[in-house]
Ligand binder design. Structure first.
Ligand SMILES: Nc1ncnc2c1ncn2[C@@H]1O[C@H](COP(=O)(O)OP(=O)(O)OP(=O)(O)O)[C@@H](O)[C@H]1O
Ligand SMILES: [Mg+2]
Ligand SMILES: [Zn+2]
Length: 566
């Protein structure tokens, strides 16, 4: 039996099925009931929140022979034909592909003809922000004088890239991230109808990781189902995604509040031994502190503490922190995270950050932590020892005893042997390589990759279903003669696709579809945005001219603590 991904099986077929977007679906249903139709709609919002699904439902609702309360019946001839995709009057265009551009040009000539099988011709233009100027102009002409039998539904995640002239001609609907509770409910129902047993905590975790995108949530659930045996457990999700359990954070946060550097280092080491990614760790730890701050400022708003399950342990640890400490901790993690993006010494940087969190100076003047323990000599010695070790590593690097990684993402592992041994992969893409691709971007090739992307995914799936699932949320954003940059919104997917095995398979598929060898470079969407900005501004960021390791170390712990020995 052919395997179908959950998010394809559970594609909403009525407005009621589109969860978490009631502000959109109720308005649309009212308009449909009252026959107040607009000729152009703009569906805007984050990935995987139901834009394309709602557009499809809309195309059925306007053409349905017996609509029920603004919903398509899904049973009449038109509904069935549209669902199966056999109605030529309902056209889905992917603006990201080459064909998109041709089809837009085509629209101008064809709109004037009345639809043959149904009442309305509906053009759904997905990723509309990807259209070329030329195609936008063609579209604008049509939007200016749309024939009465035509409805356009434009969908995009990036409305700011649309010309104002287009936006002003559309009725705009903003889709939101799906709230945590709503997402958990959706996942629960799906598990029930699939006959899958699942821990409540596991669903909470999946929903948190997906950050409001249902497609991400469903593909993670898919992976978890194939990964676990009888029941999907929270620990399975943590293992798949590389997240650190809340309990670890609480233990660590307690040791930090007690300024017990030696303990903190040991606990962090345990987390790393499990193969967690240091950057992901720090990201999650920052959110842990952020949730603590929310809990302390607005305890009645438990609902907004979406990432953290409030348990007794969490509340107890929260009592150890005062506001100044929390602000300082969040700030420290945040600074370190922004430096991590450009660093190949992830683990060392995170260690330095933890040391810094333990320092009273990092916690600025203000009320000391309620349970702040007086610093004793043993602790001071522990910290001094730790810093000595870090300094030694730094000196080794500077003296060239340990080779300085330059480009390849695998190289930093020389300095971090533990990470290779433990981590099942999760290498980070070199930003230098990404910048090179951005500079040498080949527009034609980029279009070609986007155009063939669904083919690439299909081929990947033939190799192994999970391979496609990992890549399906990626966006190819740039290609140069030797590499393709693919962006992700989920760090899980991003890291996973850089693991040697999967990366190798993807590269083979790229070669077979595109007819040339291309290296895969996976990065997070925000990272790509900052690369785009940088490349737009200047050739090399100033930071690169100094020794990045040294700069980062000094920024983190301050100059007094870093002593460079020649
Ligand atoms: N609001 C929602 N309610 C229920 N399921 C949803 C919702 N949004 C997304 N999904 C699930 O995710 C899948 C993909 O959704 P859809 O294609 O509509 O998202 P999209 O907003 O168009 O995303 P993109 O911006 O990536 O194109 C659906 O098939 C469905 O399984
Ligand atoms: Mg879509
Ligand atoms: Zn119908």
């Amino acid at each position: 039996m052919a395997y179908t991904a959950l998010y394809r099986v559970y594609r909403p077929q009525t407005f009621q099925d589109v969860v978490g977007q009631e502000h959109v679906t109720i308005t649309l249903r009212n308009a449909l009931r009252e026959g107040r139709l607009s000729h152009a709609y703009l569906f805007n919002g984050p990935r995987g929140t139901g834009k394309t699904s709602a557009a499809k439902i809309m195309s059925k609702a306007v053409n349905c022979e017996q609509p029920i309360d603004g919903e398509p019946c899904n049973e009449c001839g038109s509904c069935r034909a549209i669902t199966s995709g056999s109605v030529t009057d309902v056209l889905e265009i992917d603006a990201a592909s080459n064909r998109g551009v041709e089809e837009i040009r085509d629209i101008r000539d064809k709109v004037k003809f009345a639809p043959s099988d149904v009442k309305y011709k509906v053009y759904i233009i997905d990723e509309v922000h990807m259209l070329t100027t030329e195609a936008f102009n063609a579209l604008l002409k049509t939007l200016e004088e749309p024939p009465s039998h035509v409805i356009f539904i434009l969908a995009t995640t990036e409305p700011h890239k649309l010309p104002a002239t287009i936006i002003s001609r559309c009725q705009r609907f903003d889709f939101h991230r799906i709230p945590l509770k709503v997402m958990v409910n959706l996942l629960q129902k799906i598990c029930q109808s699939q006959g899958v047993r699942v821990e409540e905590q596991a669903l909470q975790l999946v929903a948190k990781m997906a950050e409001g995108g249902a497609r991400d949530a469903l593909s993670l659930l898919d992976q978890a189902i194939s990964f676990s045996r009888d029941e999907v457990r929270a620990s399975d999700i943590m293992q798949i995604t590389g997240t650190v359990s809340q309990t670890y954070f609480s233990v660590l946060a307690r040791s930090i509040a007690e300024r017990d550097v030696a303990q903190v280092m040991e606990q962090f080491d345990q987390i790393m031994v499990q193969g967690k990614d240091p950057e992901q760790f720090l990201h999650d730890f920052l959110y842990y502190y952020r949730d603590m701050l929310l809990l302390k400022t607005a305890p009645q708003l438990e609902e907004i503490v979406e990432r953290t399950m409030i348990d007794d342990q969490f509340s107890h640890v929260a009592e150890l922190y005062g506001f100044p400490e929390l602000y300082a901790a969040i700030e420290t993690c945040n600074q370190a995270l922004s430096q991590l993006k450009w660093s190949t010494y992830a683990r060392v940087l995170v260690e330095l950050t933890l040391v810094k969190l333990c320092q009273p100076t990092a916690q600025q003047a203000g009320a000391p932590a309620a349970a702040a323990v007086q610093v004793n000599h043993e602790e001071v010695n522990g910290m001094a020892n730790r810093i000595r070790v870090l300094e030694e590593r730094l000196t080794q690097v500077l003296q060239g005893q340990v080779s300085l990684p330059t480009q390849k993402s695998e190289e930093p592992r020389k300095v971090e042997p533990k990470r290779i041994a433990a981590a099942g992969g999760g290498s980070r893409t070199s930003m230098n390589r990404v910048r090179e691709v951005a500079k040498a971007m080949d527009e034609n090739l980029t279009r070609q990759v986007r155009g063939q992307w669904s083919q690439i995914l299909t081929d990947l799936k033939k190799v192994k279903i999970q391979y496609q699932a990992w890549l399906v949320n990626g966006q190819p954003v740039a290609a140069s003669s030797d590499s393709v940059v693919v962006t992700f919104t989920s760090p899980i997917h991003c890291d996973k696709t850089m693991e040697p095995e999967l990366k190798g398979v993807v590269e083979r598929v790229l070669q077979s579809v595109l007819g040339r060898p291309l290296q895969l470079l996976s990065i997070m969407e925000e990272e790509w945005q900052s690369v785009e900005q940088q490349v737009g501004q200047k050739d090399t960021p100033a930071e690169e001219q100094q020794d990045p390791f040294l700069t980062e170390a000094i920024k983190l712990v301050g100059e007094d603590l870093v002593e460079v020995k020649d």
